[in-house]
Design a protein around this ligand. Structure first.
Ligand code: 13P
Ligand code: SF4
Length: 326
């Protein structure tokens, strides 16, 4: 690190995150950031980062940021040799499905997801047997093996459009029970659900939202549709992380609370200094496994490479491609 400046040699990068990263923390980040920027050049790599990544990753080393849908869309067009996923395992698998000739790296293979862990391919085959002829829509927060058993994938950003595109009265929508219930409420389509939940969003309660409103008069409540329906019912808006980000960018609210993972508010606070963020939040332990040292190590050692068995990849890709075509 540059000893002449307490901010190290990257003052312009620090300027971006100054509002949410104290100088003492930056002093610990700067060396890894410099190393990662150099490694990206030598490895011809890009970093894709989900909206739940911490600000020093999201704003300082990432090339492409967004919600699950945006990361999937952008992964298709990456021309660099290497994609490093600053996100969780299913996101890396989706990137590999959509751009199979690239080396896709996961900095920590244990960065999973409670939704992806809730269901197996065998479970999907049993559901099909029990509800013959009903289409299966699978949230992208699943393994490639589960996607391979599905008709079509969806994300929280396009779930309504995906289920409506099928033109059926009933849909098997798995594994997020709350997302399925929230989409059923919006569309009137009968959902056959699975009891999977996001361990971050299932913890919010309607009482918490009411208390936040009482304590923060005028606050606009934005909730993720992985929250229970009774929480979504208390919100002013429900949408994917990109939907929440767009809502804040629209300038419709000067005081907001994001009912989602903690880092979302930090990342948006960097971009919208005039918006006040009330911050109750829940941490995703999987997303938080991705750190600057983990990203640096991943690029130094080219680990851990994500691969998908070819017989699964073709079928899983079909379900993701059908979603992207909507
Ligand atoms: P989106 O970014 O697609 O809204 O997904 C939220 C999430 O929990 C991803 O793990
Ligand atoms: Fe999975 Fe929830 Fe974490 Fe997203 S926030 S990775 S859905 S556990």
């Amino acid at each position: 690190m540059d000893m002449l400046s307490p901010l190290g040699p990257l003052p312009e990068l620090y300027e971006r995150v100054r509002r949410v990263v104290p100088p003492a923390e930056w002093a610990m980040f700067a060396e890894d950031i410099e190393a990662i920027l150099e490694l990206k050049r030598t490895r011809n790599a890009v970093i894709l980062a989900h909206n739940y990544q911490t600000p020093e990753i999201f704003h300082c080393v990432s090339d492409i940021v967004g919600d699950s849908l945006a990361l999937a869309r952008e992964a298709q067009h990456v021309e660099a040799d290497v994609i490093v996923m600053a996100g969780v395992h299913f996101m890396a698998e989706t990137a590999k499905l959509l751009n199979p000739s690239k080396t896709v790296l996961m900095p920590d293979m244990a960065a999973g997801c409670s939704l992806a862990d809730s269901i197996t391919a065998a479970d999907v085959r049993l559901l099909r047997q029990r509800y013959p002829g009903v289409p299966v829509v699978t949230y992208v927060n699943t393994s490639a093996a589960v996607k391979a058993e599905s008709d079509m994938c969806c994300t929280s950003g396009n779930a309504k459009r995906v289920v409506e595109s099928l033109g059926t009265d009933s849909v098997i929508m798995i594994p997020d029970e709350y997302l399925a219930q929230n989409i059923a409420n919006e569309t009137g389509i009968r959902m056959i659900t699975w009891a999977g939940h996001c361990e971050v969003h299932e913890r919010f309660t309607p009482e918490e939202i009411r208390r936040l409103r009482a304590e923060n008069p005028g606050v606009v409540v934005l909730a993720h549709p992985e929250c229970p329906p009774e929480v979504v019912a208390e919100a002013d808006y429900a949408g994917s992380t990109a939907g929440m980000s767009d809502y804040v960018a629209s300038g419709k609210a000067s005081r907001v609370v994001l009912i989602t993972e903690c880092s979302m508010s930090d990342n948006l606070a960097v971009q919208h200094p005039n918006v006040e963020f009330v911050r109750p939040c829940n941490l995703c332990p999987h997303m938080k496994r991705i750190t600057l040292p983990a990203l640096r190590h991943s690029l130094e050692t080219m680990s851990h490479e994500v691969t998908i068995e070819p017989h699964l990849a073709d079928r899983a890709r079909r379900a993701v491609d059908r979603m992207l075509a909507i």
